[in-house]
Design a protein around this ligand. Structure first.
Ligand code: NAP
Ligand code: MG
Length: 482
């Protein structure tokens, strides 16, 4: 058989198949079947690196949202009634199938989202599978996680996710909800629906009972219809702080439980006793991983004054070596910006930064003619009050400031409306301990950055949201106690 001439349906692509075939059109996954949207409306989803259309995707309207929640409601008592071990078997099956199809998932994640294949292959997809494995293990141990507290599922959950880690965010939402006995309706972001739809194919192939997981596609309007619906007893949202406020209002109106994972503006702090080479790698990973489309991106760099010149020189050199280009090339470090509108937002901030008096440095790499791209960028001479130091840009843009003392940098680092994450680079354990308790951030990494693990709770302080995902704390968000 000549592999190069063979097209495989994505879910069946064997290892080594060199042509992955997406469907031309994707319907809604409701009650275990692929269902055409009632209004018959579809939208195009594109490859941001080429601007080519990848597939048409259904736009879920009021009736479709209603049908999805009714299916989840009908399925919930039966799902809850299964033993934890039975639920766990289904979740393990999803985890294994994700691993088996990891190549197809990685390729589609990079084609639809713009991220380098190295990242989707080595980070996003394995972590998504790990999340299902981890939560499968909890399904029959909930009473050990919460002794004497009688954990019960909440019921039906509405889940809305962003475009920066499409499959991973779907896994973060669906896995704990299922382990705890809830049923779900999930909506991926408008620009990156494809891997959530492939996950629906996996869920279908894993033969989960009908209606336990429903995946519907659409835009913010579909999301608003979900949060306003009477059936879900909990809203789980990851996205911007602005939309998060609307979700919270919707939850209050109908007295629903809610968890919000929102934006960030993390401080990455380098002390003069840090291992500088490693710290420079940590700065690069902190801000240029996934083109800076990372809620916990280390977008504010604080360097102790005595090593500032040295760090800046090494950082610029390392930036110059980053390869920007085709997300499907395994040597690519910087892929495409996820959408035209996100590129416009980033470009607006590049202008604002210069107008505010900061000095901009960009690498002089060539940008492809088609698609949405931004050169790795940093700003020096940044003031604490500058908008580029206060507002989330969500792109490959770093704002650098200096500090002299530990007290000074704690004040600077905490001086934003956000509090999702932070990084500390130092040789001294005592400084790490001092900072981890003083920084108002849900996650603080020490001598590393952007490390994720399903056992570790993740979430924010202040305008970065509330509630935790991952670990035992993440389970609690999908349970009520009698
Ligand atoms: P977004 O605009 O807030 O959208 C997030 C999701 O909400 C999308 O599915 C979106 O649909 C939907 N949505 C939009 N308007 C809605 C409404 N009125 N009601 C209900 N749903 C609505 O965020 P984004 O631009 O996709 O993602 C970037 C943001 O997510 C950043 O701020 C980032 O920091 C944050 N984020 C946070 C975490 C975390 O764990 N804390 C993780 C990743 C990302 P459409 O896409 O179809 O418009
Ligand atoms: Mg949006």
């Amino acid at each position: 058989m000549n592999m190069s001439k063979t097209s495989w349906k994505l879910s069946e692509a064997p290892e080594g198949a060199d042509h992955i075939q997406l469907a031309k059109r994707y319907e809604l996954f409701i009650n275990g079947s692929w269902t055409a949207p009632k209004a018959g409306t579809y939208f195009k989803t594109i490859n941001p690196a080429t601007e080519e259309t990848l597939a048409e995707v259904a736009q879920a309207d009021k009736d479709d949202v209603d049908a999805a929640f009714k299916a989840a409601q009908a399925a919930q008592p039966k799902w809850q009634a299964l033993s934890g071990a039975e639920r766990g078997k289904y979740i393990y099956r999803i985890a294994r199938m994700l691993q088996e199809r990891s190549r197809a998932f990685a390729v589609v994640e990079s084609m639809n989202g713009g991220k380098p294949i190295r990242e989707s292959r080595d980070i996003d997809i394995p972590l998504a599978a790990a999340h299902f494995f981890y939560h499968a293990g909890w399904a029959d141990k909930l009473e050990y996680a919460f002794p004497m507290r009688k954990p019960q599922p909440i019921g039906v959950v509405a889940q809305i996710i962003p475009w920066n880690f499409p499959l991973l965010m779907a896994a973060w939402k669906i896995a704990p909800a299922l382990a705890c006995g809830n049923t779900v309706v999930l909506k991926p972001a408008e620009t990156t629906p494809l891997t959530a739809l492939l996950l629906a194919e996996v869920i279908e192939a894993a033969q989960l009972p009908k209606g336990v997981v429903n995946i519907i596609t659409g835009d913010g309007q579909t999301g608003a219809l979900m949060t306003a619906h009477a059936i879900p007893q909990k809203l789980a949202f990851t996205g911007s702080t602005e939309v998060g406020r609307k979700i919270q209002e919707a939850a209050i109106k109908r007295n629903k439980r809610v968890t919000l994972e929102l934006g960030g503006k993390a401080a990455n702090i380098i002390f003069d006793d840090a291992p500088i080479e490693a710290a420079v790698e940590g700065i690069i990973n902190g801000i240029y991983f996934n083109q800076g489309h990372v809620c916990c991106a280390g977008s504010r760099l604080f360097v102790q004054e005595s090593v500032y010149d040295k760090v800046l020189l090494k950082l610029k050199r390392r930036m110059d070596s980053l390869y920007l280009g085709d997300p499907l090339d395994k040597n690519t470090d910087i892929g495409a910006i996820n959408s035209k509108s996100q590129l416009e937002t980033i470009d607006r901030y590049l202008k604002i930064g210069q107008e505010e008096g900061a000095e901009m440095y960009q690498t002089d790499c060539e940008l492809p003619a088609k698609g949405f791209w931004c050169k790795p960028t940093l700003f020096t001479h940044v003031a604490q009050s500058n908008r580029i130091a206060q507002e989330e840009i969500f792109g490959p843009v770093l704002a650098i400031q200096t500090f002299r003392t530990i007290e000074e940098v704690i004040g600077q680092a905490n001086n934003t409306p956000y509090g999702l994450s932070a990084g500390v680079w130092t040789d001294k354990g005592s400084k790490i301990f001092q900072l981890t308790s003083a920084l108002k951030a849900g996650v603080v990494w020490a001598n590393t950055y952007n490390k994720f693990d399903p056992t570790s709770p993740f979430g924010g302080y202040k305008e970065s949201g509330f509630g935790r995902e991952g670990g035992v704390h993440g389970l609690e968000a999908y349970l009520r106690f009698e």
